[in-house]
Design a protein around this ligand. Sequence first.
Ligand SMILES: [Mg+2]
Length: 334
Amino acid sequence: MLISEVGEVQLIKRLTEDIKNDPNLVVTGIGDDTAAIKPSGKKLQLITKDMLVEGIHFLRESISPWQLGRKALAVNISDIAAMGGVPSHLLTAAAVPSDTDCELVEEIFRGIKDLCREHSINLIGGDTVGSLRGITISITLLGEVGPEQLLLRSGAREGDLIAVTGFLGTSAVGLELLLQGDSHEQAWEKEVLKAHLEPPVRLKEARLLAETGVVTSMIDLSDGLQKDIGEICGASGVGARIYAEQLPISEAAREACRSLQIDPVSLAFSGGEDYELLFTFSPDKLSWLKDLWESQMGQKLLVLGEIVPKEKGIEIVDSRGGKLSLTRRGFIHF
Ligand SMILES: [Mg+2]
């Protein structure tokens, strides 16, 4: 049934009837003029917002409605995680053409609500309106963090090591594959597509890093390593040296790069939307953090570079220290 046949009131009822918020945090959610939530002690309030526009950020034929809803929330959670925080409350806004199938909108919201349940996030309000063309989804996410655990981009110091929570370039090569069309049945194809369509949520990792007290700066990788380490360097007044051979690239991404004839190192350096966390810490904490990371996360700590003086800028070097110049493949808005 189309939205125009169901009407806004019925649509919202269908989208929200299965929402169960935590009564200890939410006095009233959807159903009154505004939501009323309880303030939480001495913690800092984190607030973030992201918008996904059809044709700009996604193509309707390339992502399922469930994945679209999930991703819209996942990228916001990633920003809260990057501050060392925990997400708590969510407001949604959707603009949808009136000739859209009701089921499609319900699937988008199912993607959002499934991720809410997984991470105990309360969906407390939103707005659903008509659109003349294309779907737009915007999410406002609230979170919190203890003041002593807040992680900013501005804390990196010369000599700090740079590490990341997972593989790089997988999402970007997934997007390349997706834009080629065709069906993708091989395991490596499915793996890189999933990285793009269902990005990871690194909340557990963010909590562990924030609690260590040794992380000096952190950012989530939305625009790619090259651009995002640039954000840390800009905010901290430093430069960065990245070791090409230490860039973590999955076997699946290497296979996809071979098939698409893309240089995996360039891709790992500049490809966006991996939504891993990039962070810095003092080199004298390396062995301690390595042990902690391996015991808590069951995987190796992925160190890929070091912070250098500002004058050096951002450079990527090979194993002999030779500077590499790579084709930039990052995506710049406007
Ligand atoms: Mg971010």
